[in-house]
Design a protein around this ligand. Structure first.
Ligand SMILES: [Zn+2]
Ligand SMILES: [Zn+2]
Length: 144
């Protein structure tokens, strides 16, 4: 999605493009992968010193509603990503890294729809240990 397409989508949600909001959108475009509001804040505050974490949260929520981002929760933390394709997210229980696993989640949606539910969103989180952590050997504290 180009920046102008994103701005167009946001305008449909009456989302006015302010300098702070534009910085957040730039961060989203420059940082593919998974990120939290704190990640965005730490980067954007360097160029927009008056921005607050609460403002970043509000911007990310609006941007997610407009369909530019998708989000999911891990242990109470909201993660955002630009990968809008349905996929599973693998979360490492040791280092916390998150990676995309391309799988078809369509059957999950169909299962719910066959019961008459309307599916809005499917979050699939796979938990385990990443290759890097496995190669280092599991230390006792991560077994908790
Ligand atoms: Zn790991
Ligand atoms: Zn992902």
């Amino acid at each position: 999605m180009t920046l102008s397409e994103q701005v167009e989508k946001l305008r449909k949600y009456n989302f006015k493009i302010t300098p702070q909001r534009l910085r957040v959108i730039e961060y989203i475009n420059e940082s593919p992968g998974h990120f939290t509001a704190e990640d965005v804040y730490r980067s954007v505050v360097k160029v927009e010193p008056s921005i607050t974490v609460a403002t970043v949260y509000n911007i990310l929520r609006a941007v997610t509603m407009s369909g530019i981002l998708t989000s999911f929760e891990v242990k109470g933390t909201t993660w955002y990503e630009t990968n809008l394709e349905r996929h599973a997210n693998f979360v490492c229980l040791s280092c916390g890294s998150i990676e995309d696993i391309e799988i078809s989640c369509n059957d999950l949606g169909k299962g719910a729809e066959s019961k008459g539910y309307k599916v809005e969103n499917i979050d699939v989180i796979v938990r385990g240990y990443c290759k890097e952590c496995l190669s280092k050997g599991l230390s006792p504290e991560i077994m908790n």
